[in-house]
Design a protein around this ligand. Sequence first.
Ligand code: OAD
Length: 237
Amino acid sequence: MTPLERARQLVAGAERVAVLTGAGISAESGIPTFRGAGGLWRKFRPEDLATPEAFERNPELVWEWYIWRRALIGEAQPNAGHLALAQWERRVQEFSLITQNVDGLHDRAGSRRILKIHGDIWLSRCTACSYQRMDRNAEYAGPPRCPECEALLRPGVVWFGEQLPRLVWDTAERAVHDCQLLVVAGTSAQVYPAAGLIGQSRAPVIEINIEDTPYTPAVSVALRGVSGDLLPQLFEP
Ligand code: OAD
């Protein structure tokens, strides 16, 4: 049996499914990943752009970077990988899509139950009060301020050194714990705690990636290729 045949067999037999996605699943939509060739962290230093300290030091620079990324993402369209996951959700009893991505492409592809463990780049939230809003194509001349308390707004993403949203994370852990199959697609599996979810699965794990990751030796099936090709193929007879 080929790895793809084995993966199809696992998919056909699972009614409680969890999926963990990373930046690789949006690569075919033209959104740069973080690590590897063309990765954002090859060109930019995370400590200048994606930490609470960076925002305190230079909110203008941090907002500029996020507005640039929003513009890139705004032009992108969901690809066949995002769409395959949205369709899978409609076929099984329980489906939890856990994503490290902040780009919102899973929403735009039609997925419904999405656990955004690293937040959402389209969300702007107040650094002082509980105000938050979803921005669409928002352009700012400078860092935006809270309409309620005048404090700075910040992007609604999780930065290095910050806690993950508690309820979302707990739900993701439960989904991995309870699933009959875990699919891990397009993540380098290097950023914790997200990557730690993979090791928590008691169910078989299918990994989809263009290259090996630290978890490859531990997974049940490793499929090598792009997620926009491989995810739709999981359902072909
Ligand atoms: P990375 O950039 O670390 O990894 C992307 C992974 O996708 C790599 O393993 C690639 O081999 C793989 N890949 C690239 N193109 C692919 C394709 N077309 N099909 C399948 N796989 C492909 O991205 P993440 O693992 O998501 O954190 O990074 C995790 C976190 O690090 C991000 O959420 C972000 C970043 O700092 C926060 O924003 C908090």
